[in-house]
Design a protein around this ligand. Sequence first.
Ligand SMILES: Nc1nc2c(ncn2[C@@H]2O[C@H](COP(=O)(O)OP(=O)(O)OP(=O)(O)O)[C@@H](O)[C@H]2O)c(=O)[nH]1
Ligand SMILES: [Mg+2]
Length: 530
Amino acid sequence: MAHPYENRRTFAIISHPDAGKTTLTEKLLLYGGAIHQAGAVKSRKAARAATSDWMEIEKKRGISVTSSAMAFDFGGYRYNLLDTPGHQDFSEDTYRTLTAADCAIMLIDAAKGVETQTRKLFDVCRMRGTPIVTFVNKLDRPARDPMDLMTEVEDVLKLRTAPVTWPIGSGDRFQGVYDREHKRVLTFERTARNATKAPVTVSGIGDKTLDELLGDEAVAELRAEVELLDGAGEHYNRERFLRGEITPVFFGSALSSFGVEPFLEAFAQMCPPPGPRQSMHGVVSPQDENFSGFVFKVQANMDPAHRDRIAFVRVCSGKFTGGMRVHHFRLNKEIRLARAEQMMAQERQSIDEAWAGDIIGLFDPGVFRIGDTLSTGNPPVAFDTVPRFSPEHFGRLRLLDPMKRKQMQKGIEQLSEEGTIQLFAEPGREKDPILGVVGELQFDVLKYRLENEYGAKVDLERLGYTHARWVDGPNTPQELTKARIAMGVTDVDGRPVALMRDDWELRRAISDNPSWKFNATAPIRPVEER
Ligand SMILES: Nc1nc2c(ncn2[C@@H]2O[C@H](COP(=O)(O)OP(=O)(O)OP(=O)(O)O)[C@@H](O)[C@H]2O)c(=O)[nH]1
Ligand SMILES: [Mg+2]
């Protein structure tokens, strides 16, 4: 019998903001059979909201501010889908989430081509060796020439393209796609509010009826393009795709669902199963008997009724079973994992077992942090793959209702454990921490969530620092201040951190203190090694 991990498919959807990741996620859930009515990203009162934008602020603004994981079954596989936020202010979350994926879907807006954030995310995938499938979206709007778009991907990303489907028209005249693999023409019809599957008609490229269906002009154009592609275009090749040399390309409209079904069917065949992972002590294979996994995300208050906190773990090897005991690398102790949860479309479901590739949610009584590795067996495993970014914006909170101090404190503690903000204590002002974020929008999210989830209305006083460095050498923040560093603080683990206003201050601190080491992020290592 095949090992259960072999039917796991774990992928992330990435792109520049607004290319349609959440909308495509919704349609994959729809065609995957996990939901029956697709919701919209920014829903008016009556309409359903998109499944993966579950947070209040996301529904309100129509953007994703945090990644979300959803599982669904389709064609004999269990898919773990990770929808990521596109905005660069949330890219730390996106980068971490990519570490949990074995494959990525890169979305490109057909009117805009390869945008900056897409390029950065692509670089991360290339660095990690994550294979990429491309979906060119929004063909129902005025779009650029598909050949041009291919050329742009090849030139900008230095990645060969292999079109698997090809669009028939664009904008108002977008009718469907040609499936090069199966040599068939798929035309679609729109549905009310784009909420259900789009009815499809299948024809052959040479069919007489096609002339009538598409119109003479469109059919002639399609036939010419298909001929051109067959002559000059690349064909999908699995080995080259897995090596990251080539990206299969699909066209469609996530909104109207045109082209989504052939995409999902082909993607199902392309997305690789969980692969081996590098740990600090060698390679961990997904079929290893011992369980291992790492926390790539912690999220509080997902369920307003319970106000609990979930740690999202990517299983890398072995089998998770509810109640099992594992070694917690950072705390260097054994802990018991209670049952886990998985988001099956909209529903949180309790699960008793999981395999490599699965994304599971563990109830977190406060022991998990992003980057934590859990494992069974000896020696204990540690994955060191979850990137952390250095905060670039700093501020202090001012509470507007003095009665809510407790709520605010609890809120910032929890949100810092989520990784939304980083907390620093200035000696003598420990009660009034300094907050650091990577992107400014994270401050907006913080304020919104403190008010909505914790009932504490706050104002933010911005501080003029732009760099934080974890300094190896000194033992206290006072030593930093003595060395003429603008602000010496400690992080949540009591490690000294230097805050500086600009590059010049940073360079000076480094040259003034040659025996110290200035690290851009806090190292992840077990407690007793510090
Ligand atoms: N016309 C058209 N609009 C689309 C399509 N896909 C998405 N949109 C719209 O584009 C906007 C952004 O879509 P989202 O799915 O939220 O994009 P996203 O990539 O998840 O955005 P972030 O998560 O904020 O980065 C929404 O208004 C969608 O309705 C499409 O295929 N056609
Ligand atoms: Mg989104």
